[in-house]
Design a protein around this ligand. Sequence first.
Ligand SMILES: C[S@@+](CC[C@H](N)C(=O)[O-])C[C@H]1O[C@@H](n2cnc3c(N)ncnc32)[C@H](O)[C@@H]1O
Ligand code: SF4
Length: 308
Amino acid sequence: MQDKEETIYLCPPVFRPPSEAYSLLIQLTEGCTFKCDFCISNLRKKFLVRDVKLVKKDLDIAKKQYGSNVKKIFFLDGNAMVTPTEKLLDVTRYAYTLFPNLERCGVYAHSKDILKKSDEQLKMLYKAGLKIAYVGFESGSNNLLEMVNKQVNKSDHIKASKKLMKAGITLSATLINGLGGGNNSEMSKEHAAESADLVNKICPDDDRIWYIAFLTLMVPSGTEIFKKKMKGEFLEMNSFEILQELKTFMNQIDFHNKNANCIFRSNHASNYLPIKGILDRDKDKIISTLNYGLTHRDILRPEFYRGL
Ligand SMILES: C[S@@+](CC[C@H](N)C(=O)[O-])C[C@H]1O[C@@H](n2cnc3c(N)ncnc32)[C@H](O)[C@@H]1O
Ligand code: SF4
């Protein structure tokens, strides 16, 4: 049995990207400084940046427990990039002194958190070992971003992505399929077109790896979007509308750099149809898969298996 003092502190519920499933999770912040209508990340948590001494103590415990097995660290919580740069640098550097095989540290970041840091600060973070940031784009449509209270616009997303890439930090961004709701084909087309345009515009000139993923909207209890649904003001899209929207997005992907290495995924537990590929090289293949899903609805993930 572990001594109580030897437990790494976590403030539940814990959310981390699927690709950080085997990472050491370290609670650097709690909650989030934003309050997007669809998100449960900050519903039960008051935002705070934890005392660096406590974070280092957790890293010390992890060193004793996992030592050289730690290859990746993910600093929780919803937007840990908002942490003052000195503190983020301090804990990141400290982690590298403890774990000889540490390859990268990562955080969730709202685009506004990235924009608040200078190029120099981002570069220092990258050099210290903060190698990946998971950014929630959700949409490229300014109308939709405003509708869900994202507190950011398409141009902010473009500037933040370019700034992040310039510093060397890998961008992993998510968009939400079905965010505009059902029975709203105009909004769906706008969401798809503006999101494709956003992704086209951030495509770098080189062949570095970057990630774009589509999740499918879930409506968790307690969120603003859930309240709207209960009042009949928000209708969820059906699986057909979801795939159609993704197809409209994919049709409008057109990178100026044909050697781009954009890893595209729509294989999260919330998605109806698992899709993976490299953009824009695999665009036609992905569209064929979507066409198959649109005509064979029996292969789609059943509603009760979907989750966040
Ligand atoms: C925990 S958030 C952190 C992202 C970061 N705070 C930001 O906003 O840029 C991770 C991502 O999960 C996705 N997400 C959150 N709630 C969701 C929901 N109800 N349905 C589908 N995706 C959701 C969004 O894409 C969100 O950006
Ligand atoms: S989506 Fe990101 S910014 Fe918005 S509330 Fe959730 S964690 Fe915070």
